[in-house]
Design a protein around this ligand. Structure first.
Ligand code: CMC
Length: 425
């Protein structure tokens, strides 16, 4: 491939280029500072490739998302979450016996350490469930201190993380509503177990409604990975210092919590409620989102990579209609969301900036139909994203180019100065 030419202070430099499987081109600047004394400036990393990855492919202009080569449209709604998780982590779909064994292992390793269960009693009643989830996942390595650093047991760590994330999520909900904890069963799918742990009562058999199980499977798969997004990059950043997998992934959970990232799904629902309470005047809120003197943004709109449409949002919009119809639910917030989308998509501000609904725009309405409380929405995102974080952690550790992540900066502070004699000692 051709080299890139850079002319700096009249001197010409050649920088090697390479491309990926899908012909994305990259300029290799690893020697740039040595050669020229200059560094690049790219706040938000919109033009920076931090790694080579074989996990997920996104073409933001064409609205393409593929996990390990498979289009998201073929995976979501066609396979179970645990099969997609296997694909994500190990790079290929499991055979049927592998799938059944993996599903069983995820259930057998989904029990939160008995001493750790006591933690739920000591969080403030006001604690956000994302806060509880991040803390509990972080503390997991303290409950397996002998092997958390032992990477020869990596499959066990993976099964614990994927298995327990849903248990922790469900237990934090049960604690918040004062209900006894329910444990998972090996004859249930991952999604069915989560719904059982959330909504069953020990007093009678709980039959998981198929429509809910299938919808949850699809939702979790849609959230499973999105290449170098904020939380995944955080997991990689932490992992690059050789932190263990629990420590790395819990950092990702905290990054996901922010309302510009995974926290947007909760913010969307709150925004839709506000608009509905305000008489459903969507135009007013579209106008507000355009004002430079107001921090309000249309939550669930816009994306760093997608500049045409977000394929996840397209799948979700159809699924919301289908699932709500099947469940016989009419949600007035869905009407608000649809008219908000319609008005925004015709607005010059949103057209010029290529702002479209993202994955968080319709997901909350579906979670709501499943009975998931609003403050749990981002927790559901984290459950879905867990296999993605793990896949990136594994890929990074095996990468021959791995170095501790350590960006540089352009210093803009004071030049050297000296203080006058003062009595500060
Ligand atoms: N409402 C109104 N204006 C917006 C919005 C929005 N939702 N998103 C971007 N803009 C404007 C922004 O003000 C800027 O305008 P201007 O060029 O006049 O300064 C322009 O569009 C470009 O935006 P940006 O902030 O440079 O875009 P970004 O790539 O840095 O940020 C984003 C992407 C997703 C953080 C942003 O679009 C946003 O804040 N959206 C709302 C929050 C949200 O829905 N987040 C979920 C993202 S998808 C799933 C996930 O990651 O969890």
């Amino acid at each position: 491939m051709e080299n890139a030419k850079l002319i700096l202070s009249g001197k010409e430099y050649e920088l090697p280029m390479f491309s990926g499987t899908e012909d994305e081109r990259a300029i290799d600047i690893r020697k740039l500072r040595d050669m020229t004394g200059a560094i690049t400036y790219d706040p938000g990393y919109g033009n920076t490739g931090s790694c080579r990855s074989a996990i997920t492919f996104i073409d933001g202009d064409k609205g393409i998302l593929r996990y390990r080569g498979y289009p998201i449209e073929e995976l979501a709604g066609s396979i179970r979450y645990s099969a997609a998780a296997y694909l994500m982590v190990y790079g290929r779909l499991p055979t049927e016996p592998e799938f059944l064994d993996w599903r069983k292992q995820l259930t057998l390793n989904s029990f939160v350490h008995a001493s750790q269960v006591n933690f739920f009693d000591n969080f403030s009643a006001l604690a956000h469930p994302m806060n509880i989830l991040g803390s509990m996942i972080s503390s997991m390595s303290a409950f397996y201190p002998h092997d958390a650093e032992d990477e020869s047991d990596i499959d066990l760590h993976i099964q614990r993380l994927i298995g327990q994330v849903k248990t922790i999520a469900a237990f934090s909900y049960r604690k918040s509503v004062g209900l006894p904890y329910i444990y998972p069963r090996t004859d249930h799918s991952y999604a069915a177990n989560f719904l059982r742990m959330m909504f069953a009562t020990p007093a009678e058999e709980y039959v998981v409604p198929k429509v809910m199980e299938n919808a949850l499977d699809m939702l979790l798969i849609l959230h499973m990975d999105h290449e170098q997004n904020c939380s995944t990059s955080t997991v990689r950043m932490v992992a690059s210092s050789m932190s263990n997998i629990y420590a790395s992934v819990s950092a990702g959970i905290n990054a996901l919590w922010g309302r510009l990232h995974g926290g947007a799904n909760e913010a969307v629902l709150n925004m839709l409620k506000t608009i509905a309470d305000d008489g459903g005047n969507v135009a007013k809120y579209v106008d507000l989102a355009k004002r430079k003197d107001n921090p309000f943004k249309l939550m669930g709109f816009g994306h760093r990579v997608y500049k045409n449409f977000d394929p996840r949002s397209k799948i979700l919009k159809t699924a919301v209609d289908d699932v709500l119809n099947e469940m016989g639910i009419h949600d007035p917030l869905l009407d608000v969301a649809k008219s908000l989308e319609e008005v925004a998509l015709k607005d010059d501000f949103f057209i010029a900036r290529k702002l479209y609904p993202n994955v968080d725009f319709y997901s909350g309405i579906l979670y709501r139909a499943l009975g998931i409380p609003t403050e749990m929405f981002t927790v559901l995102f984290a459950i879905g994203r867990m296999p993605g974080w793990i896949a990136h952690w594994l890929e990074m550790r095996a990468d021959p180019d791995l170095r501790i992540q350590r960006p540089r900066q352009i210093y803009i502070g004071e030049k050297m100065r000296h203080f006058e004699q003062m009595n500060l000692y």
